[in-house]
Every structure is written in structure tokens, then in C-alpha cells.
Design a protein. Structure first.
Lengths: 183, 192
């Protein structure tokens, strides 16, 4: 009787360990609340969209002092160029893979001349723009990634309500266009 | 028959232990992949390429968009300095210095991750740029449902909540500075 109880206990623990590992590994695959998954599934390619609780993407855990805008990209046919107007605001931008990993991030002080100008390409497109040597390469931050689909998030600091129009102006000026290097 | 009972017991034990430990591993505010400073914990590698499975699972459940290393780092806590769970019916004071950063924000969230708002729509959040500071540049924020002197964050309602302290453009995200940073102390005052 006693050995049987120990036997059952050990088997239960082993099964518990397997269940634990399965749950941990399955959550990122099956989870629906995942921010990256929601953005990739619910937004259009090459278009900036403001992230608000009422938008299709929805958003939780955001910092109330920040306004976010996101743009999905697909590097299958061309790279993507992200630009924004020069502004006095604090802003930061991150390039994410479709699984929500940060590939690159910068803020307005690490950007060239405080201006947002970023080009995201895959290694093949990188080789081709190296050959063309376009002029904008000198004033852009070039991010090379082997991920095909991903998204960019730009955050702008809204200290208080009086900054709302400046923030809206900056986020409205953002562009996210296909980029080939040939103008 | 006996075999079936044995298998059933094994199954129940396995599912219970596996499920509960998995939930515990994800929900607790410390542990795998975290760095901690006092009561605060942060996951600096949450957005990184080499993220561990626990941090990945946690960020999925959380539903948040992680901050990149050049953007900042978010610390959170569910407890005060004495180890008690944070309760919205209590008053708190946060004081002290924060690591080098361009600015920081402090926000109160309920446990499902929504920013706490009071009845008149005030958001329970403060921005370091608008705080009154002591001569040694330390700051002191009182958290209460009644207005107070100095820096005040309005917090109403009942139940547990968490504080998130986000440091923006801070050098501590580079691994060189990951030794324990000094963050705001969090003390409970009276409860109503």
C-alpha cells in the first residue's frame, strides 16, 4: 500500500513537470493577448496607426504619458523607410520581429540630427543598396534583419494635455513607405 | 479497476502541480530573467532575441509592448518595503532617488494591467518632470485618495494593485550597469 502511494506520487510529480514545461512553452504559441500577435494580425502593412484602447489592435499596460503609433512591414518585396518630422518631443522607436522581439531601438538623441529616419532591410536588400549608395543612406539609420515580417513602434512623450497637439502632429507626420534605394 | 484509479490519481496530481507551478512561475514578480532592486523587479531581456521561455510566456500573458534597450526599462512591484501586498484602500509614500535617466514615470495598474483611474477620470500616474524635488534632487510622492501637500498621486478604489516605474533613456539597460540600482522606497501609511 505504501509503495503504491510513493509510486503514484512520483509518477504524478513527473507528469507535473511535463505539464509545467508544456504550458510554459505553449503560452507564447497559443496566447491571444500577445501584443505582437495583435499588431501583426490586425494592422495594415506600410501604414502608421495610432495605438489606442479603442482601436482594433487594442493596448494594455501602456504608459499613460506616452502615445504610440505602429506600422507593420513586410520585407518580401522591398525594404521599409520610416521618417518623421523634427520635433522637440522626447520620442523613441523600436523595430520588432513578428514574435515581439526588439531587433533595434533608438531614441531622439541617438538618431542622426534628432530626426527619425530609419531604413529596415533584409541582407539581400542591404547588399543592393550598398551597391547603389543612395544619398539618404548618410542621414539614415539602417537596420538589417533576416526577419521578413515585423513592426515598428514609435513612442512620443505627452507630458500633459498641452502637449497633445505637438504629439499628434509628430505622430501624424510619421511615414512608413516601401524602400528600394532607387529614387 | 485499480489501474484506472491509479492513473486517475496520477493525472490529477500531475495537472495540478504542473498548472499551479507554471502559473506561479509566470505571475510572481521575481525570478527567472528578472533583476531586482529592493521591492522592484524588471525584465531587461523581455524584448531581447535570446529571451528565456519563462520571460517569453510572461510577456505574452502580460500583453504589453516591451521597451527596447535604447528606450528604457520598466520596474514593477506588487509589495511595499515591509512585504505587504499593495492595496488601493491604503495610502503610500514613495521617496528617494532613482538611477540616472532622462525622466521616469510612475503608474498604478490593477492586476489585469489597466491603468487605475479615479471617478473624475484622473489617471494614477506621475511624471518626474513635473515633480517638486528636495535640494538633494530626491523626490517624494504621496499616494492617497485625499489631496496632500507636495507631489500627490490620486488613487481610489479597493483591492490589490501594482506600481510600474519606467525609467526612460537610462544607462542601466546596458549590461554594464545591471548591478543593483537604487530605486524609490515604498512605505505604507494608514489604511482606510
Amino acid at each position: 500500500m505504501k509503495t503504491r502511494a510513493i509510486y503514484i506520487g512520483i509518477c504524478g510529480l513527473l507528469l507535473g513537470a511535463i505539464v509545467h514545461i508544456c504550458i510554459i512553452f505553449l503560452i507564447p504559441l497559443l496566447g491571444e493577448k500577445d501584443a505582437a500577435k495583435r499588431i501583426v494580425n490586425n494592422s495594415q502593412t506600410n501604414r502608421f496607426e495610432k495605438l489606442t484602447a479603442s482601436s482594433k489592435i487594442g493596448l494594455s499596460n501602456g504608459d499613460p504619458f506616452f502615445q504610440l503609433s505602429t506600422c507593420k512591414f513586410d520585407l518580401a518585396d522591398s525594404g521599409v523607410e520610416v521618417t518623421g518630422d523634427r520635433t522637440d518631443l522626447f520620442w523613441s522607436a523600436s523595430v520588432f520581429s513578428s514574435r515581439g522581439r526588439v531587433l533595434y531601438s533608438l531614441n531622439e538623441r541617438t538618431a542622426i540630427g534628432n530626426k527619425l529616419r530609419m531604413i529596415v532591410v533584409n541582407p539581400i536588400q542591404m547588399a543592393s543598396i550598398r551597391q547603389i549608395q543612395p544619398e539618404e543612406l548618410e542621414t539614415s539609420i539602417v537596420v538589417e534583419t533576416s526577419e521578413q515580417v515585423g513592426f515598428i513602434i514609435v513612442r512620443a512623450l505627452k507630458r500633459d494635455q498641452s502637449w497633445a497637439s505637438t504629439v499628434d502632429g509628430f505622430l501624424g507626420s510619421l511615414q512608413c513607405l516601401p524602400y528600394t534605394g532607387q529614387s | 479497476m485499480r489501474l484506472a484509479t491509479n492513473l486517475a490519481i496520477i493525472f490529477v496530481i500531475g495537472l495540478l502541480i504542473g498548472g499551479l507551478t507554471a502559473q506561479f512561475a509566470i505571475q510572481r514578480t521575481f525570478g527567472v530573467g528578472a533583476i531586482s532592486a529592493g521591492v522592484w523587479s524588471a525584465w531587461p531581456f523581455v524584448g531581447g532575441a535570446e529571451v528565456d521561455p519563462y520571460t517569453a510566456a510572461r510577456s505574452t500573458v502580460d500583453g504589453a509592448i516591451p521597451l527596447g534597450a535604447a528606450e528604457g526599462l520598466a520596474f514593477e512591484t506588487l509589495k511595499d518595503d515591509q512585504g505587504n501586498a499593495l492595496l488601493r484602500e491604503c495610502n503610500y509614500v514613495l521617496y528617494g532617488n532613482t538611477p540616472a535617466a532622462r525622466f521616469w514615470t510612475l503608474t498604478a495598474y490593477d492586476l489585469s494591467g489597466n491603468v487605475i483611474k479615479s471617478a473624475d477620470g484622473t489617471v494614477a500616474a506621475v511624471y518626474s518632470g513635473t515633480l517638486v524635488r528636495a535640494p538633494d534632487s530626491s523626490s517624494r510622492v504621496t499616494v492617497s485618495d485625499q489631496p496632500g501637500s507636495g507631489n500627490w498621486m490620486r488613487l481610489e478604489g479597493k483591492g490589490t494593485f501594482k506600481f510600474v516605474l519606467r525609467l526612460y533613456d537610462t544607462p542601466i539597460t546596458s549590461s554594464a550597469g545591471l548591478s543593483e540600482p537604487e530605486l524609490l522606497r515604498l512605505q505604507k501609511l494608514e489604511c482606510v
